[in-house]
Design a protein around this ligand. Sequence first.
Ligand code: ATP
Ligand code: MP5
Length: 295
Amino acid sequence: MEQTSPTYRALTIAGSDSGAGAGIQADLKTFAALGVYGLSALTAITAQNTQGVRAVLELPSTLITAQIDAVLEDIGADAAKTGMLSSSAVIEAVAECVQRWQLRLVVDPVMRAKGGDPLLAEEAVETLRTRLLPLAEVITPNLPEAEVLTGSRIETLDEMKEAARVIHAQGPQHVVIKGGHRVEEPVDIYFDGEQIVELRAERIDTPHTHGTGCTFSAAIAALIARGRPVGTAIAGAKQYITGAIQHAPGIGHGHGPVEHFWMYTEQGTPLPTQEQHWSPWFNRAKEQLHGTDTH
Ligand SMILES: Nc1ncnc2c1ncn2[C@@H]1O[C@H](COP(=O)(O)OP(=O)(O)OP(=O)(O)O)[C@@H](O)[C@H]1O
Ligand SMILES: Cc1ncc(COP(=O)(O)O)c(N)n1
């Protein structure tokens, strides 16, 4: 088959969310929505829904390394992102792979789920800081994560800007402090080592923000994989996550997921109702079916 455009590839190294709003599932949907072929290396399996995390199984580090090596030896990745890494052992294994494969890396330093359940062991914060932060091209802490990484309370925009500088000094080339947890507007602070930029958006009044951090960091990785400059990738990801929250389908009884394919919907109509988009191949399927005994 004739190839019309390059196939961009991005790898997510993260945990599975059975509710599919966050984690590896959110990342793969984001990659697909942004036209990037998504690869995945699972770090942990969680039994989770929109209301909370019920159980967690961390996978052996050797299996995590084996997944990364398997996909990179064969397919390769133009960019990668990390999500839930759960322990020092996992972080060590992932850092070793990132170095060996020279990956362009977006780190979402996931520490807790939206409902407060821990997703990273406390003992692992130091390993995250010393082993992974220096390898990160971009890091995207939310406010509580930035507080842990800086050891300071962060409330005001000035404190967010100071935190971005402190975290930048720990190794990442680009720092985005996410403001989703602010009571006021969800302003994100972006520092590239020289300039501070405020990324502004209106607060959307909704409980459905499960997986916003995963989706945001996956969008940055996807846009980097597509060859966009890092600053453009970050600003683009902010627009993308804002639209995804705006079009959240409103499912589940807690913090519901966002709509990853929002820009392909018409006025927010969910995709499955738009059968005209798939009518060419679906009509072929119906023709085949009508050619047999089963209707
Ligand atoms: N209610 C909202 N309205 C508009 N933007 C939001 C809202 N909540 C979060 N955001 C944006 O979504 C992105 C993710 O931010 P957030 O602070 O929620 O990350 P997070 O806490 O890591 O997410 P999660 O842990 O739920 O995956 C940021 O760009 C943030 O500004
Ligand atoms: C497997 C996994 N990874 C990351 C998150 C964080 O996302 P959120 O804070 O929206 O719950 C999560 N809940 N589960």
